[in-house]
Design a protein around this ligand. Structure first.
Ligand SMILES: [Zn+2]
Length: 389
């Protein structure tokens, strides 16, 4: 027998994440070598304030106050592109002059690759302005489980002052200990042709729609790739009502399809369009998605979800419900997310915030923890938190 927690339904009280602004990076080290100060002296009057890596959520590796951080707030994922940010921390005697930030990458003891950015820092770096730090794109191929990194700040123009705190680590390199993402995330969409009550609606699964689904999972899930497939269309003549009636029957059908799939790691998602639009279906509130949550991580049949196939809510619902299929419960944000038995008691951030700065690897913009909440909650402006990642 399977043991179920109560059914969890995502109720619409929000729309998907809104548009975002953001400045392009000051510069980045690219993936090849660059002009290198051969034996530059360590920078004077300047120190490394912080080193972080961001594959969707900020993971702090070092700060001048806390030192080298061994217990990371989220995993570093193998095969996934990353942004490495190095913060400037001018000292009291800092005199503006040109410095270089040099990052040395070495995989498995092989030949090192040196990336370098030069400039005159205008002041201390901060989280919200990406142009204030030295930023390096680390291709996912470098994150193969063996990557060692060293960061140095060097004087390009002669300066005065002490050179403390200009290398990380203090000696040698830091191993990232990237964790395996277990290959591509496998997602199978089941299109549902909805014919109850004499209507005939099918989800839009155009190339653009499928690309949008792939990209949204890539942006926010700790994965290196998405293997998205589309199954046979399922015709469904039973009502699937906004108040929740009929949802469980449809989910059970998807679970039975999942059960007949010999590959345990494929997540099934039934997309249903039970009305012409979100406006007509959800005028009085509606269920947007449904997933069983199992306490048993090995119970593959519960890697099954359903959700509304309306463009304005579809992908956000897919991220949320597939989070349930990974046994995540709700982040504490929004009226429905506040139901006590559906809230994750371990969720660490107040009001369901993402907790740390997010970063969209595809459109290269930051996500503020003051504005964005975890997609496992029910608030607007969602992103992934370091807890869910
Ligand atoms: Zn939910």
């Amino acid at each position: 027998m399977r043991r179920f927690l109560p059914l969890l339904a995502l109720l619409i009280s929000c729309s998907s994440a809104g548009s975002s602004g953001g400045a392009p990076p000051l510069g980045n080290g690219g993936s090849g070598g660059s002009t290198v100060v051969e034996t530059g002296p360590l920078a004077t009057g300047m120190a490394i304030g912080e080193v972080s890596i961001n594959q969707g959520v900020k993971v702090k590796l070092y700060s001048a106050e806390e030192g080298d951080l061994a217990d990371l707030n989220a995993p570093i994922v193998q095969g996934r592109d990353a942004l490495l940010r190095v913060f400037f921390a001018p000292k009291a005697d800092w005199q503006p002059h040109r410095v270089a930030v040099r990052v040395t990458l070495q995989n498995g003891g092989g030949e090192p690759t040196v990336l370098e950015i030069q400039g005159v820092p205008s002041g201390p770096s901060n989280d919200e302005d990406i142009t204030t730090s030295a930023n390096f794109d680390i291709p996912g191929t470098r994150l193969d489980g063996t990557l060692a990194v060293r960061v140095e700040m060097l004087d390009v123009e002669a300066g005065e002052g002490d050179t403390a705190g200009t290398t990380w680590p203090a000696e040698g390199e830091r191993l990232f200990n990237e964790q395996s993402g277990n290959g591509a995330f496998q997602l199978k969409v089941i299109p549902i042709r909805y014919t109850a009550g004499g209507v005939d609606y099918e989800p839009d699964l155009s190339e653009d729609t499928l690309k949008g689904i792939r990209y949204d999972f890539l942006r926010q899930y700790p994965i290196s790739a998405v293997d998205l497939s589309v199954g046979d269309t399922l015709t469904w003549a039973q009502q699937v009502n906004a108040n929740g009636n009929g949802w469980q029957q449809l989910l059970n059908k998807i679970v039975s399809l999942r059960d007949s799939d010999p590959s345990p790691n494929v997540y099934y998602f039934g997309l249903v369009k039970p009305a012409a639009s979100t406006a007509s279906y959800c005028a009085g509130g509606c269920v947007a998605g449904l997933t069983y949550i199992s306490k048993d991580s090995l119970d593959a049949s519960l890697r099954s979800s359903i959700g509304l196939a309306f463009g304005d809510v579809q992908n956000g619902t897919m991220l949320h419900e597939t989070g349930h299929a990974h046994r995540r419960t709700h982040a504490p944000c929004g009226p429905y997310g506040q139901l006590p038995d559906q809230i994750d008691p371990k969720f660490p951030h107040p009001k369901g915030s993402i907790g740390v700065w997010g970063y969209d690897l595809l459109d290269r913009t930051l996500r503020s923890p003051a504005e964005y909440t975890d997609f496992m909650g029910y608030c607007e402006q969602t992103w992934v938190s370091d807890y869910t990642f």
